[in-house]
Unconditional design. Structure first.
Length: 217
């Protein structure tokens, strides 16, 4: 499958306003709110957390509120994204433009909804794991892929088994647009009552899957 996720592509998405127009800021916050509730890091944590593939940095206020003593760093390969992040959240975290090889040694790396965009996802995860004590990866769970789309990988429980022992869990998150309560009741629950009568498939809520490697102990 051809991968459209070049640096030029993502620079354009951020600099053109497309990311903002399509709800990217809110989606990132929604993902982050679900992650902090599930990741298993104590609120008193005072080490370093790197958000790999941080985009415009909108997870950082969520991480700061949850882990007020932590040192926060965002890394993304898009210069346009990092410019956004510094202008919006430079008082909350540090940001740098770079790839996985540029990530410094930190205690925790969180890669939220990034790996599904990468052709070398497993190799990138292996490199990140060498740079931290705990690596958390969150991606869509068993997502059907669309030709020409941004997502080039789909994931199940065993997707990163090559990296060794891991904790795996699936969960719902409002980062997916249909998880808003209004849309959830109208477009999923209510319409699901009618879909069998119309011989249409029942719609299932999209899930995320979280893989955790290593620990803080």
């Amino acid at each position: 499958m051809r991968n459209i996720n070049t640096r030029r592509y993502w620079d354009h998405r951020f600099s053109s306003g497309d990311w903002c127009k399509k709800g990217g800021f809110d989606q990132t916050r929604g993902f982050a709110e679900s992650i902090v509730a599930a990741v298993g890091i104590p609120r008193s944590f005072s080490g370093s957390i790197c958000d790999f593939g941080c985009g415009a940095g909108d997870a950082m206020p969520v991480y700061r509120a949850r882990f007020p003593r932590a040192r926060l760093l965002g890394v993304d390969f898009s210069e346009a994204a990092i410019e956004f992040a510094r202008s919006r959240h430079g008082g909350v975290a540090d940001f740098q433009c770079g790839m996985a090889s540029d990530v410094p040694r930190v205690d925790v790396i969180i890669a939220s909804n990034v790996m599904e965009h990468l052709s070398n996802d497993v190799e990138t995860a292996e490199l990140l794991l060498e740079k931290c004590s705990m690596l958390t990866i969150v991606v869509p769970f068993r997502e059907p892929l669309t030709a020409g789309g941004e997502h080039v990988n789909t994931y199940d429980d065993s997707a990163f088994s090559r990296l060794g022992p891991t904790a795996v869990r699936t969960f719902a998150t409002r980062g997916w647009s249909e998880f808003g309560w209004k849309a959830l009741w109208k477009d999923i629950y209510l319409k699901n009552l009618l879909r069998p009568l119309l011989r249409r498939p029942v719609i299932r809520r999209k899930l995320q899957i979280m893989y955790t490697f290593g620990s803080l102990r």
